[in-house]
Design a protein around this ligand. Sequence first.
Ligand SMILES: *[C@@H]1O[C@H](CO)[C@@H](O)[C@H](O)[C@H]1NC(C)=O
Ligand SMILES: *[C@@H]1O[C@H](CO)[C@@H](O)[C@H](O)[C@H]1NC(C)=O
Ligand SMILES: *[C@@H]1O[C@H](CO)[C@@H](O)[C@H](O)[C@H]1NC(C)=O
Length: 496
Amino acid sequence: MGLQRFTTLFLLALCILSQGLAKGALGFACNWGTRSSHPLPPQILVKLLKDNGFTQVKLFEADPGALKALGNTGIQVMVGIPNDLLASLASNVNAAIAWVNQNVSTYISKNGVNIRYVAVGNEAFLKTYNGQFVNSTFPAIQNIQAALIKAGLGRQVKVTTPLNADVYQSDSGLPSGGNFRPDIHDQMISIIKFLSQNGGPLTFNIYPFLSLDADPNFPKEFAFFDGSAAPVVDGSITYTNVFDANFDTLISALEKNGFGQMPVIIGEVGWPTDGTSNANIKNAQRFNQGLINRIVKKQGTPKRSTPPDIYLFGLIDEDTKSIEPGPFERHWGVFNLDGSIKYPLNMGGGKSLVAARGVRYLPKQWCVLSSQANVQDSAAFADSMSKACTYADCTCLSPGASCSGLDIKGNASYAFNMYYQTMDQRRDACQFNGFSVITNIDPSPPQSACQFKIMIDLGKHEKKATSFAAPKWNKIDFMVLLISSFMFTLVLLLCI
Ligand SMILES: *[C@@H]1O[C@H](CO)[C@@H](O)[C@H](O)[C@H]1NC(C)=O
Ligand SMILES: *[C@@H]1O[C@H](CO)[C@@H](O)[C@H](O)[C@H]1NC(C)=O
Ligand SMILES: *[C@@H]1O[C@H](CO)[C@@H](O)[C@H](O)[C@H]1NC(C)=O
């Protein structure tokens, strides 16, 4: 009797648990950017996502490696369409049909990828694009929607377009004064109307870091969730952080135009760890921990109590990303380029962040400035530095960044090493006009955030991947599978 009751309770608990999991009770979302000289194998990154409770991921384009690795994982995927494809997709519905066929339908049916959204364009209305994509975005959205319906995916896959928060503003400076930018106001209304008719959400990227970085008078504490900034009072609402204020400016803009109930996704939000003085580990940890806490608590904003889905930017550093916006661009990752942890994060429920597993590295050797080198007034030396920093990432040397405290010799060693590592420690990659030498002693300055890195070994990963290609079933795997199928069926029957 006692045992029976226990079994019933146990199965009931399992039912509740499995239903909770199926609904994605607790899950995080993030952006997976692939602009890297040494991208980790997609299988390792997918494992990293799963290990850390990420149940939703956004890709900037239909990257075949990433999509295949996401197959049969259950992870929900938002696939992006780069801005340079908008014009052709806008002018020709057949281009949209071909795009959906190659980049959505095939991955769903052949690879079991759980694609849920197509993100048409990326911040296409950004002011700095000077209207370049303004006319093509809406027709591209319409054509992609038509193509999804034609492919029988109209219900399963929703269309959206990630926009920068600069599409809305407030004349009063308060969230309640929010409205869309006049130059794109009509486009915005057409898009919102269309998306709402088709069940698609709006997606916005909000960056308190950029507000702080761009404006020396920005009250720094207001950028954080636990800040001690003087609150902003807007009627009956008091704002203590810029994220809430910014999001509610958007909600006001939507209300003003009759779309107060429109679903919203935060497509990107995060904090970089290097490249400028505000981009450091301490600030990034403080901001992202505050963000994670809100996600775990399911906390909304004063004007919208239901929290949006929030896609962290980003999963991992990208050392070949354009640094036009600033040297911090290559350091947005929660993880370093090699999948290691930058700073601890409490992910809720007593879980902490875990690093990527199975990462292989090049040998422990560095390329540095030779002690005999005479660096004074030498054009050859300047050339060497310039070559190293053209082909490798020197953003950690920028003013305010982690290695900005180095002297000219330290600078050279850092640059030479980055080049040497980026070139996979090729022997001829440590030949800078006789200025350089290979060492086995870690040249990183002690007690400093400045790290002289060792690159990951892509060759070793490739070999490993091929040896993994034909998985063999062993007896234990089979038994486990058999038992779990049996248990699952039992649970399912009892749930019904
Ligand atoms: C699918 O997406 C990739 C990556 O963005 C792109 O290069 C390719 O042209 C797309 N396919 C079609 C048929 O548009
Ligand atoms: C967009 O369309 C408007 C109205 O037809 C036109 O005046 C404008 O020049 C177009 N912009 C671009 C960048 O093509
Ligand atoms: C080190 O290199 C960076 C980037 O090239 C440069 O901005 C900085 O002035 C250099 N510092 C010294 C001491 O030469």
